[in-house]
Design a protein. Structure first.
Length: 424
């Protein structure tokens, strides 16, 4: 090699050893992050006096509110990993609530769950036909399904629920509850520790107690679907082929993958999961179908999936965040949300320090200014306006999405219209 070539080679930037990818989080690091977050919550609880912030009831309520969002987000993840944007999650959830309630009050809650899954899967199949076979824009198809689901369920309710005792054109009769489990002894012991309000220890007891108290069996099923989806999509040949359709369908087809088949499977599973989330709302959360009870959770599930970077674990964290803030407003109202001002201010200070370390001065100044404003708001008030309490879950979701936007990477072929054989 000549001297000039050697000099050029030595001057060239060296590629990172890990290929430029972020190192994977190990289990000890994840546990350390969780412990740090819980310690921060404990500090805020002690300073603010909002003792319900990490109580057993708060955690249990947050979990119940997070499950439908998480199932919708998981459904969106399956579809988008195969390259199909699923804005129709809201409509598929609506179908899940109606079919789940219709079958549930007649033949029992578990039959209702199965019918809710079937109703959502039907919506997913329709979305697949429109987007994959007929190559219609994915957003247009999703919006159309949301409108169709709302109109169809309203029409069906008029001659089904309205003719039943206790029902009307906008709600179903009461549905029998699915069994709930409480770990005897452990639940009471954790509740006693949480009631003592010790720093960190009581908060940890509140979190564990919420997972061990009055837990619906369907909640357990929903939680198990998260690791099951991760295993299916990232540790099986089926999952590899499905994800290849969302990254490069032309290359996948050249390797013998039936792209249409895998896209269809993914979108139908997506609808089934969203339908399960809808059935959960009707059967577990309320015990009754009511028109409009999804309340935009399909869209929030989509936001949770984006926050989680199209990964099941991150999606679950996003759903948990929304469920937690929603539970705060229901249980403690203005007092709990007021305490969250202090928590957000501390997080913004940490963000400002991190931005300074990365030499990003403008974002650091903005974060510090926002933190100062929140500290001032917290110090000068005892409660927050009721309008802010109602909006808190949605504001938290938007903030998290805005802060995490720079690290996101969706599947490369997500939303692209694809025709069989187009690579030839």
């Amino acid at each position: 090699m000549s001297t000039s070539n050697a000099s050029a080679a030595s001057a060239a930037p060296k590629a990172p050893k890990n290929g430029g990818r972020r190192p994977k989080l190990t289990l000890p690091v994840i546990l350390l992050i969780i412990a740090g977050g819980l310690a921060l919550f404990s500090l805020v609880r002690v300073v603010s006096g909002a003792d319900d912030l990490t109580s057993v009831g708060q955690v249990s309520g947050a979990l119940q509110l997070a499950v439908p969002i998480g199932l919708a987000g998981l459904g969106g993840l399956w579809a988008e990993r195969a390259g199909v944007i699923n804005i129709g999650l809201e409509g598929m959830m609506i179908l899940g609530t109606w079919f789940g309630a219709w079958a549930g009050f007649q033949w029992g809650p578990w039959v209702g769950v199965l019918m809710g899954i079937a109703g959502g899967a039907l919506g997913g199949l329709l979305h697949a036909v429109i987007t994959i076979t007929f190559n219609v824009n994915h957003i247009v198809s999703g919006v159309a399904i949301n409108i169709l689901a709302l109109g169809a369920t309203r029409y069906l309710s008029n001659f089904t629920f309205a003719e039943e005792p206790g029902g009307s054109s906008k709600q179903s009769p009461r549905i029998d509850a699915i069994d709930r489990i409480t770990i005897p002894g452990v639940s009471d012991w954790l509740a006693d520790i949480q009631a003592k309000h010790w720093f960190f220890v009581s908060d940890l007891a509140g979190v564990l107690g919420g997972l061990a108290t009055n837990l619906s069996l369907l909640t357990v099923v929903a939680l198990l679907l998260i690791p099951a989806s991760y295993w299916a999509l990232w540790h099986t040949g089926f999952g590899l082929r499905l994800r290849s359709c969302g990254e490069n369908p032309v290359a996948a087809e050249s390797l013998g993958v039936n792209v249409y088949k895998y896209k269809y499977i993914a979108v139908v599973i997506s609808g089934a999961l969203a339908g399960l989330g809808g059935a959960f709302l009707a059967i577990v959360s309320t015990g009754i179908y009511q028109e409009g009870q999804t309340g935009g959770r399909g869209y929030i599930g989509l936001a949770a999936m984006i926050f989680g970077n199209w990964m099941p674990g991150g999606m679950a964290l996003g759903a948990g965040l929304f469920g937690f803030t929603d539970s705060l407003k229901l249980r403690g109202g203005a007092t709990n949300v007021h305490a969250m001002l202090l928590l957000i201010a501390i997080l913004l200070v940490a963000a400002a320090v991190w931005q300074l370390y990365k030499k990003k001065y403008l974002p650091a100044v903005i974060s510090a200014a926002a933190a100062a404003g929140l500290f001032t708001w917290y110090a000068l008030t005892d409660e927050v306006p009721s309008q802010f309490v109602d909006a808190a879950p949605y504001v938290a979701t938007l903030l998290v999405l805005a802060l995490s936007a720079q690290r996101l990477r969706m599947p490369k072929a997500n939303g692209m219209l694809y025709r069989k054989g187009q690579g030839k």
